[in-house]
Design a protein. Sequence first.
Length: 374
Amino acid sequence: MKFIIDDKIPYIRGAFEPFGDVVYLPGAKTTPEVVKDADAIVTRTRTICNEQLLKGSSVKFIATATIGYDHIDTEYCKQAGIEWTNAPGCNSKSVEQYVLSALFVLAKKKGFELEGKTIGIVGVGQVGSKVARVCELLGMEVLLNDPPRERKEGPEQFVSFQQIISKSDIISFHVPLTMHGEDATFHMADTLFFNALERQPIILNSCRGEVVDTFAAETAIQRGQISGSVLDCWEREPNIDQNLLQLVDIATPHIAGYSKDGKANGTTMSVQAISRFFKLGIDDWQPQGVDLPEQTILQLDSLNRAEEEILREAVLFTYDIREDDKRLRENPDDFETLRGDYPVRREFPVFTIQHKHTSKETLEKLKQIGFKIA
């Protein structure tokens, strides 16, 4: 057997070597010539798996170690008899951590409390559901918009997109990129969207760049139609719009889901899927040696401090989004390098809080977020 693997996928080396030839390549160098005699491809979003790449090849299975799969031409794969899989939910906790860090940073910067604010979550899948849960934990009012789920489950827990537009202080997008149909998300945040906003909300996009119209977003910021903006995903990545970069409050290089935990989960799901398909016998494979940050213990003194301040300190101890913002602004032309050489980030369960003067209620919230309490 022959396996073609994106060389930026972590913890995968050694998994398939016992079963055949393994070639590790940058996503951009995964060409028709390379995959012609391959049996399986393990990839990321930068490799477009379409007829141009796959026609005439012996590829039988594609695993993308990502939630998104719009880089896979699923219709062509169906016609060609090529099976594929993605990794739904693999980095959902990482994106939850990213959004929390962004919200705490902006609340501090702009002088407001998150408790009592209304957040509209557009797309309530694996990621949006986790963001909703933690925002409720912070005392925020949460509005959910997900038409496909609403059609299946009924309207009780969902609101219309128009209600998101009219009632939200913060709007966070967590939708897949779909170009056509009644649930199309391409340029969901366009000029009409920004013109209709009633509360000058903060906008966060950590799903797909094309969900937000670049020109419309620039205009909205300049006109004061929104009061804040966080962009992790951009149109035309990695060649992002430099003007928009300067205008947004927080800019990051498509790394919201880039915790080591999320990456390890994506790798695990890909390896296990290939094992099941080819009957390799490693269906319970797990990655080894997942990196740890230098500090995993937070000494927390809560004396005379508001709960939101305590939660902010804990979250930013695990991940301070301002560091990613700084790196991108200093090196805007190194978008892909910043993603490929991303520093170690781990999710909340890796961290232990040693505390004093902390109420039971606050400790319970820290536990619910995911921290270990000593």
